[in-house]
Design a protein around this ligand. Structure first.
Ligand code: 7PJ
Length: 263
């Protein structure tokens, strides 16, 4: 079994050209359809950058960016997930047809998110991040990063279950690059199998992340496909259920060969 692919669709203003809101909406929808044609099993729509130090996006603006894209892609029959930390954005996306909630705060940033997720019937990705995107890099201190990330995810799984989200709807993600330095990211990549002890499917998001230039030398994000494929294949070897990637067709090709020659 190879992992399913979650194709990344950023709908921040810098992602599409500035021909106005309608033009960028059409571009975003077209980009989502291309991800699906390339073989994405789900399209992950995100309207707020979680890069360290990125500006916070007001709720209404994040909904304006994401909900029309979710609706258009869902209406085409595609599976859509919403990458957000805000319950209001989740609500709008669910109403527009999203079937997965991807929250890098593991449903902690907004107190409404847990009950909303419980009532929704959607799948939920619980990702590990210490603090928030503004504070996380100052919190990259662990005695045993694998054990501590695992314990934190187990606590979020327990909180989700206590709020009424059945375990069968949960997916766990170690959160590569979120409040971790290079050595810690490598330790997590090396120990991915350990996270199966959580008892839920795993998602790995390592595509184009700064771990790649940290190990292999300077490379702009657009030049990180080779490293991204290496990390994706490591995820496949560790039997993650989902890979969150920018380069869907390329990842599919790598996975097809990996699957064909795997002992
Ligand atoms: C992740 C994410 C990830 C999940 C981002 C980037 C940063 N969601 N959203 N896992 N990363 N579940 O793509 O570089 O690793 S945004």
């Amino acid at each position: 079994m190879r992992p399913k692919l979650m194709g990344i669709l950023n709908v921040t203003p810098d992602s599409f050209s500035d021909g106005g809101r309608h033009a960028s909406l059409q571009q975003a929808i077209a980009a989502g359809l291309r991800l699906a044609e390339a073989g994405a099993d789900i399209i992950d729509v995100g309207g707020e950058s979680t890069r360290p130090g990125a500006a916070e996006v007001p709720l209404e603006e994040e909904i304006r960016r994401t909900a029309p894209v979710v609706e258009a892609l869902a209406r085409q029959g595609l599976r859509v997930s919403i990458d957000t930390m805000k319950a209001g954005v989740m609500r709008a996306a669910l109403d527009a047809g999203a079937t997965m909630l991807n929250d890098v705060s593991a449903l902690q940033a907004d107190p409404q998110s847990l009950p909303l997720a419980a009532a929704s019937g959607a799948q939920v990705v619980l990702m590990h991040m210490p603090g928030n995107p503004r504070t996380m890099q100052g919190l990259a201190e662990y005695r045993d990063v694998v054990a501590e990330v695992q314990a934190a995810l187990a606590a979020r799984i327990a909180a989700a279950e206590a709020a009424g989200i059945p375990r069968a709807r949960l997916i766990a993600d170690p959160g590569i690059g979120f409040g971790k330095d290079m050595a810690q990211n490598l330790a997590l990549m090396r120990a991915l199998e350990a996270f199966h002890a959580l008892g839920v499917p795993l998602l790995l998001g390592a595509s184009r992340k700064s771990l790649i230039p940290a190990v292999a030398g300077p490379a702009a994000p657009s030049e990180r496909l080779p490293g991204s494929l290496a990390l994706a294949l490591r995820g496949a070897e560790a039997k993650v259920a989902w890979l969150r990637v920018h380069d869907v067709a390329e990842t599919r090709q790598a996975l097809a060969l990996w699957e064909a020659i795997r002992p």
